[in-house]
Design a protein around this ligand. Structure first.
Ligand SMILES: Nc1ncnc2c1ncn2[C@@H]1O[C@H](COP(=O)(O)OP(=O)(O)OP(=O)(O)O)[C@@H](O)[C@H]1O
Ligand SMILES: [Mg+2]
Length: 232
């Protein structure tokens, strides 16, 4: 589904991602783990093309999308929920969803706004509330819901549980696991415990280099990797 091959991403002269490769197959939830400043968001921004790789390639379903414009990648099925969520503060929950609707994809069950309310019951009572008046957890749910009504092929989530209460994190975990049968997810997280509880596999990034990859079980029991690169 998504294949990232040896990407190098820079901020000006600063060579931050130094050859990152990873893969997310269909029906897989994969996490990208690493501490603060490790390069998780830079990897996401490189894939989506907000800060495109200077070297290396990104493939979606076998098609080279490295140089494609961001809007084309979104249209072609890559949905990205950034760290800061980017909810429209002046629009209601319902309006935030309405502006994000894209047509369904052939052969896939459509995410309609009605289906969103069935799957995110928390949002029902908030329908008419402005995005700017939502709590962090509510905004995160809305951000994911908004990505889904775009009927993407896959979802990239950048630190969805950052700053959220444990009960909301648990809800979020259920939502992500529920998506597994429909679309693959790439989840960047500092919270390894959370990420590994919902993922099939994981990659560990540090200083812009992938240091380890393994199954979620493998990573959960690998205390050496945890103490060296993660905060579990
Ligand atoms: N806009 C920028 N300009 C210059 N350097 C940046 C910029 N954004 C990030 N960096 C640097 O790139 C490196 C990787 O940062 P990145 O944001 O990808 O980390 P992260 O793993 O997402 O961390 P966090 O968990 O805090 O979100 C860090 O050294 C950071 O200081
Ligand atoms: Mg980040």
């Amino acid at each position: 589904m998504l294949k990232v091959e040896d990407i190098h991403v820079y901020y000006g002269d600063s060579h931050v991602l130094q050859g990152v490769s990873l893969e997310v197959k269909s029906k897989e939830i994969v996490c990208l783990l690493g501490r603060n400043g490790a390069g998780k968001s830079t990897t996401m921004l490189g894939i989506v093309g907000v800060n495109p790789p200077r070297f290396g390639k990104v493939f979606l379903n076998g098609i080279d999308i490295t140089k494609a414009a961001v809007y084309r990648k979104i249209r072609d099925g890559l949905a990205f929920v950034p760290e800061d969520r980017r909810i429209f503060a002046g629009l209601t929950v319902q309006e935030n969803l309405e502006v994000a609707v894209l047509p369904p994809r052939e052969g896939k069950r459509q995410w309609t706004i009605d289906r969103i309310y069935e799957n995110f019951p928390l949002l029902i009572a908030l329908k008419n509330r402005k995005g700017g008046n939502l709590s962090g957890g509510e905004q995160q749910m809305l951000a994911i819901a908004r990505a889904l009504v775009g009927n993407p092929l896959m979802l990239l989530l950048d630190e969805p549980c950052e700053g959220l209460a444990p009960v909301i994190v648990e809800e979020l975990g259920k939502v992500i696991i529920g998506l597994k049968s429909e679309m693959p997810v790439l989840l960047a997280e500092q919270n390894a415990h959370f990420a590994l509880s919902v993922s099939d596999r994981g990659y560990v990034i540090d200083k812009g280099v992938i240091r380890y990859e393994g199954t979620a079980d493998d990573l959960l029991t690998n205390t050496e990797i945890q103490s060296r690169y993660l905060s579990v």
